[in-house]
Design a protein around this ligand. Structure first.
Ligand code: 3HC
Length: 295
């Protein structure tokens, strides 16, 4: 585990969904104290249960694969607190927001965070496409502390953190964010603030093209995915990956890119939008392109 050479001791994770859960796990394993905040008690309970399972499982893995000694399981779990009111978040050195991709919700949360964390604390967002500059615009003078910290799913496995500088973000905030990402065992790579940044700007058109190829009958979904896995050495094909990310999330990201980059080539494929309209959101709902029977 990397040594924490930053001044950060406590990380607040805002949102106990899939990404928030992963970020909190990585932070606790990296020896940070963690406060997970969510308005939903159900989401907090699910997050806590999942942490118990996943962190216990880490004790079965060797250290080079992210494993921890069995004696560390309880201390890692004890470093995570679950709260549904914002006041304990005031004790954090950094907040990482990981709620759903909804601009109005993010604006509201950043407004509250700026009033709760009034010092030098970094106010990071894990947004996958929404402009950092626009989110920062909702927090007045605290805008220079707002930065993008884009993690990838599954967070404990994926090495990258895309660090995004909004127009108002100070260079000091960017440097402290890069140091924090390293202390979390990740590889930070900077990008500037354009819709979709780099990762989704390149990934989403590939996923979208997979749906167009399916819609036009070029090949069946399984064959599209196998071709890209075996031919390009991807761990998942584009349609399987879309199910993993969430088809609704893919459509949201493409809408933000089409609007933000003023270019209809980023619009989601009609078949992809139709599956979302049918409630087939991917793995999380049990059906997307493929079916996922409950284990
Ligand atoms: N949490 C923690 N660990 C997990 C996990 C999870 N949710 N899912 C899998 N893992 C771990 C497993 O424990 C296993 O660890 P081990 O090798 O030490 O035993 C390892 O990952 C491999 O898992 P599996 O053997 O079960 O399965 P695979 O070999 O098929 O790998 C995968 C699963 C890691 C998800 C791999 O298929 C993969 O890398 N897929 C691509 C993922 C990807 O592209 N993510 C980015 C999505 S884009 C994004 O997040 C950005 C957003 O803005 C849209």
């Amino acid at each position: 585990m990397p040594e924490n050479t930053t001044e950060v001791k406590t990380i607040a994770v805002i949102g106990a969904g899939q990404m928030g859960e992963g970020i909190a796990q990585v932070a606790a394993v990296s020896r940070f104290s963690v406060i997970v905040y969510d308005v939903s008690s159900d989401a907090l309970r699910r997050c806590q249960e999942s942490h118990k399972k996943r962190i216990t499982k880490l004790s079965e893995k060797p250290p080079e694969k992210g494993g921890i000694p069995p004696a560390d399981v309880e201390p890692v779990l004890a470093r995570i607190k679950y709260v549904h009111n914002l006041s304990p978040v005031g004790g954090a050195d950094v907040a990482i927001e990981a709620v759903v991709e909804n601009f109005d919700l993010k604006k509201k949360i950043f407004h509250e965070l700026a009033h709760t964390l009034t010092g030098r604390q970094i106010l990071a967002t894990n947004t996958s496409s929404i402009g950092i500059t626009s989110i920062a615009a909702s927090v007045g003078a605290a805008a220079e502390r707002v930065v993008g910290m884009h993690f990838f799913n599954p967070v404990p496995v994926m090495k990258l953190v895309e660090v995004i500088k909004g127009i108002q973000t100070s260079q000091e905030t960017v440097e402290r964010t890069i140091a924090l990402a390293k202390a979390l065992g990740k590889t930070p790579i900077p990008a500037n603030d354009r819709a979709g940044f780099i990762s989704n700007r390149v990934l989403m058109p590939m996923i979208n093209e997979g749906f167009y190829a399916w819609m036009e009958g070029v090949a069946e979904p399984r064959n599209i995915d196998e071709i890209m896995k075996l031919g390009c050495n991807f761990p998942m094909g584009p349609l399987e990956l879309a199910d993993f990310i969430g088809l609704d999330t893919c459509v949201n990201i493409m809408d933000v890119m089409a609007d933000g980059l003023n270019d209809d080539r980023y619009r989601a494929c009609p078949l992809l939008k139709q599956l979302v309209a049918a409630g087939r959101m991917g793995k999380k709902t049990g059906r997307g392109v493929y079916e996922y029977p409950k284990a």
